[in-house]
Ligand binder design. Structure first.
Ligand code: AMP
Ligand code: ZN
Ligand code: FE
Ligand code: FE
Length: 298
């Protein structure tokens, strides 16, 4: 059987593999297809697409966007088959990066108050690793976490999130986010399909609550739900597959590979709990083509 990975990050956001290295790793792992879904940016997509063409592996241009949702849960929307050249995508990306630039210095200032002497310059240096000189890059909490590790304030990235940077951490500040409907609309306008990433991270109280949230998202235009993910066990996956059937959503899946920033998560395998059959990609692509045929200029 052939497998794919539809959720990955590169050095263009908070992964530690370059887009080329990521595609090479996917080919080495015998994956039939891979999506690059960096946070808020399409900057890694041209390089990844070129590497995929060279290595003969199916490539899906993607993105991941955070949307408004009550803490401690998080709501991330993935876009697949987006057009990286769409001006709307460019606009969206700029808005989202601005929100990061507002938030990140606040986190660093709070960390300084808490006795961790790191600087934004150090964080920027970590975030821009592997990015061409002068090219834009996304700065995220994993980069701040690495700066804390480098300064010996914490022993690991995990500890940095547990103590300081997670939604319940002492230096956490939310960034300004789109509403779920805005995130879905943006992805549609950029030509893509919108799916809800890792629904386990919604931290809902029970299955009925999850169903209510997913139903609202479906009514806002959601196309799919990520059933297979590194943070899901077999039981979670079955529950999300049930919701996909109930709300006519395409089931998707991926590892959420971040390289060394999530050291226990492997490309195409997750924590040895992720196996996404190529048919999942076939269905997603078929839905995308169907929608485009129905509304070619949308
Ligand atoms: P940001 O987009 O800058 O708010 O950072 C969010 C990213 O931080 C997520 O995409 C994950 O890659 C990472 N992250 C969030 N929570 C954790 C955690 N508990 N441990 C490790 N990484 C995390
Ligand atoms: Zn990330
Ligand atoms: Fe995510
Ligand atoms: Fe992700």
């Amino acid at each position: 059987m052939q497998f794919v990975d539809l959720h990955t990050h590169s050095t263009a956001s908070d992964g530690t593999s370059s887009p080329t290295a990521l595609i090479e790793a996917a080919a080495a792992a015998n994956l039939a297809g891979i999506a690059l879904t960096d946070h808020d940016t399409g900057n890694g997509l041209p390089e990844a697409a070129a590497a995929a063409a060279r290595l003969g592996i199916r490539f899906i241009p993607g993105v991941e966007i955070s949307a408004d949702y009550p803490a401690p849960g998080t709501l991330h929307i993935l876009g697949h088959f987006i057009d990286p050249d769409s001006p709307i995508f460019d606009d969206m990306s700029r808005t989202l990066l601005e929100a990061r630039n507002q938030r990140n210095p606040r986190i660093v200032a709070r960390l300084n108050e808490l006795g961790c002497p790191i600087t934004m310059d150090q964080v920027n240096a970590i975030a821009s690793r592997g990015v061409a000189p002068g090219a834009p890059y996304v700065v995220g909490r994993p980069h701040i976490a690495q700066a804390l590790v480098n300064a010996n304030c914490v022993a690991s990235i995990k500890q940095a999130f547990d103590v300081y940077l997670g939604t319940t951490g002492s230096a956490f500040f939310p960034k300004e986010r789109l509403t779920p409907r805005q995130a879905i609309d943006f992805i549609h306008k950029a030509g893509g399909l919108a799916t809800v990433a890792h629904p386990i991270q919604l931290r809902t109280d029970n299955f009925a609550h999850t169903a209510t949230v997913i139903n609202h998202l479906a009514e806002a235009g959601l196309d799919g739900i990520e059933c297979y993910h590194s943070d899901h066990n077999e039981q979670h996956t079955q529950l999300y597959l049930e919701l996909a059937r109930r709300y006519n959503l395409i089931p998707t899946g991926g590892s959420d590979f971040h390289g060394h920033n999530k050291a226990d998560v492997r490309l195409g395998r997750g924590r040895d709990n992720v196996k996404v059959p190529v048919e999942v990609l076939d269905r997603l692509e078929a839905r995308w083509k169907e929608k485009r045929a129905a509304a070619p200029n949308a």
